[in-house]
Design a protein around this ligand. Structure first.
Ligand SMILES: C[S@@+](CC[C@H](N)C(=O)[O-])C[C@H]1O[C@@H](n2cnc3c(N)ncnc32)[C@H](O)[C@@H]1O
Length: 198
């Protein structure tokens, strides 16, 4: 481990202790989960947009930055101000917005972004308050471009939870395509990747 992942892990864990519900994990995602979660961006064209929900310390952002095609716009929406500051320093070419994904439509309008072709989410849906979960699901369904993809993950141990089932049922009601990948066992803890399309 180089010192950056270690510093990220320490900072992340500190924020988890302060806000366990919204941070929702004790460690940043692994590169194995990041790779599967981001998937293939090569079909995106200049002018398209990729939006990341809850980039945290940038574990998934780093993978997006590696494969983001030239001319495709990126916006990360993050609730924790201290994470936003670190993300801006670490990824100066990418755009970040300090706010809640529950307001995704207003945020995209304010940032002048088109409907995103890809939304990649690191939000801990199962531990979010019900009102936030519903606002994010509705906002995402209205926002995703036609033919776009919404990709998120759920920890294997959280899969049977009532809140996780409620999230999947709400998504099933709004999206016509669904596939599940994994589990990604080299992530701590192991996680499934869920892909929804319209
Ligand atoms: C499980 S962590 C994932 C962080 C990072 N994407 C990763 O995979 O390591 C969840 C992140 O979502 C953020 N978050 C939680 N609720 C949010 C909301 N309503 N809007 C934006 N970000 C939120 C948290 O602050 C945290 O950074």
């Amino acid at each position: 481990m180089t010192d950056r992942p270690l510093r990220d892990a320490v900072h992340f864990f500190g924020r988890f202790l302060k806000s366990p519900g919204s941070v929702g994990a004790v460690l940043p995602s692994s590169r194995f989960l990041a790779r599967e979660l981001v998937g293939d961006l090569s079909s995106l064209r200049p002018g398209d947009a990729v939006v990341e929900y809850g980039p945290g310390t940038g574990a998934i952002t780093r993978r997006i930055a590696e494969v983001l095609p030239e001319g495709v716009r990126y916006l990360g929406i993050e609730l924790e101000q201290s994470f936003v500051r670190r993300l801006q320093q670490r990824f100066p070419k990418l755009g970040f917005h300090h706010g809640s994904v529950a307001d995704v439509e207003e945020i995209l309008a304010a940032e002048g972004l088109p409907r995103p072709s890809r939304i990649v989410s690191g939000l801990p849906f199962a531990s979010l308050p019900r009102a936030v979960q519903e606002a994010v699901v509705d906002g995402t369904a209205r926002t995703l471009a036609v033919g776009g993809e919404f990709r998120t993950f759920q920890y294997v141990h959280a899969w049977p939870l009532t809140t996780a089932k409620r999230f999947r049922a709400a998504m099933d009601a709004r999206f016509s395509r669904f596939t599940r990948h994994g589990p990604i066992v080299r992530n701590v803890p192991p996680a499934f990747v869920l892909v929804y399309g319209n």
